[in-house]
Structure formats: C-alpha cells, structure tokens
Design a protein around this ligand. Structure first.
Ligand code: C5P
Length: 225
C-alpha cells in the first residue's frame, strides 16, 4: 500500500536553523528513524517523501539506506499544501493512502500495519490517543471559557489514512474555500465525511521542541519503537 511522508517543514519551533527532520538523533537523522519503522511495516509497498527542493540532497543523504525505495515529491509552504502535492502525485494505482508525519519517528511498525488493516474496512482512519489532561478552551486573554468532557477528547496523531479520491477532493475543496487545517482528518470533518479513530500509543510523539529530542532519544535507546 501507499504511504506519504510530509517532511517539508522548516522546524521553526525547534530553533535548529534547518529542517528539524535532519537533526541527529542517536546517530541518524529523525527522518531515518521514521523510515526505519515504515519499512519494517509488512504492508507498505510505495513510499513518497514530500520535501523542500533545497533540502533534497541533504535529506536523501541522511536516508541513503532507503534511497532506492523512495519517491520524491516537492512540498509547499504549509503542511496542507505539502500533502496536497503529495496526493496529487501518487501513482494512478493508489486507491488508499496513509499520511505519516516525518516528525513522528517513534511510530511502531505494527501500528502502521493496523492503520492499513482498518483502512481496508473504512474510507478514513486516524491514529489517536485518549487525552489524559483536563483540557481548557480559552478566549484571546487566556480566560477559560469551557472545559469539554474529557471522555470525548482524543489527541490526533499520524498515520492518517484515506480513500485517495476523497482525499484529493477534500484538498481541492480546502484550496477553493481557503480552509487552513493542521491535519487531513479535519478536512473530512468539514465535509461531514466520517473518520474512524484507531487507538494509538502515547510514545508516538511528534518531535516539535528540543525537549522532545531528549524523550525520543531515550525511547530509541530502549528499543521501544
Ligand atoms: O510543523 P509540524 O511538526 O507540525 O509539521 C508536521 C509535519 O508536516 C512535519 O513532518 C513537517 O516536516 C511537515 N510539513 C510539511 N510541509 C510544510 C510544513 C510541515 O511537509 N510546509
């Protein structure tokens, strides 16, 4: 099955001065570890990396081990634009696709396989975990407006998987209507298309800030992926 990896961010919150996926983590780039898990999945047959053209040689150099199994697609200015480019450049035989952020390098291969299996029965699925903190909705002055019932709150992760025809349509609609979202499932929600949640694992963090590197380093060192 087909899998796309958005890897075209600038990593401004990491303050590394370069694409955070190129940062060294336990001897390899962050993106290397993501791909290591992806290629341990039994169901992945085609992988596209969505990256910025100016990062291409450095990225490919950091993932040499997989270079003959990788298809390159140019990314855009936002994650949404990057994924749209990715989906529009899938091979014609791609019926369903998983999107997995390059920054989630602790993903377990079994969870990637679980997403593919669930995608056989559903048109849209995402990995998510139950929220353990009590979440507050605030106004612009950080005054609390509301505390939603935690029993209905899940934190979205990736992989997120979709029927390719629907995902293309959703991204096209988003472009036409200037919707700006931070994950692909949000587009399906706006169109009132159902998305099924698959329970994931809280170690599947997205590397965002310097502290996440320390956490990921520990998990990788303990072979928890
Ligand atoms: O910035 P953040 O970590 O939320 O981005 C999530 C994923 O989307 C990352 O793997 C990042 O490389 C990717 N991305 C992208 N194109 C952009 C911005 C982010 O592919 N323009």
């Amino acid at each position: 099955m087909h899998l796309l990896i958005p890897a075209a961010g600038s990593g401004s919150r990491m303050k590394a001065g370069k694409n955070k996926l190129l940062i060294n983590l336990n001897g390899e780039s962050i993106l290397y570890w993501t791909l290591k898990s992806v290629f341990l999945s039994k169901k992945v047959s085609w992988v596209g990396i969505i990256g910025q053209p100016h990062d291409r040689s450095e990225i490919m150099n950091s993932i040499k081990e997989f270079s003959d199994k990788i298809n390159w697609i140019n990314g855009g200015n936002t994650r949404q634009e990057s994924v749209r480019n990715g989906v529009n450049n899938l091979p014609n035989n791609a019926m369903k696709v998983l999107i997995h952020d390059g920054a989630r390098c602790l993903i377990k291969p079994e969870l990637i396989d679980k997403c593919f299996t669930e995608l056989e029965e559903n048109d849209a699925v995402i990995l998510a975990v139950k929220v353990t903190d009590t979440i507050k909705v605030v106004n612009e002055n950080r005054i609390i407006k509301e505390t939603p019932d935690r029993n209905f709150l899940w934190a979205a992760q990736t992989p997120q998987g979709f029927l390719v025809t629907q995902l293309k349509k959703a991204h096209q609609k988003a472009k036409e209507n200037s919707w700006n979202v931070t994950d692909d499932a949000s587009l399906f929600e706006r169109l009132q298309w159902p998305v099924k949640i698959i329970e994931g694992n809280s170690t599947n963090i997205k590397i965002t800030s310097p502290i996440d590197l320390k956490i990921a380093s520990l998990f990788l060192g303990n072979s928890l992926v």
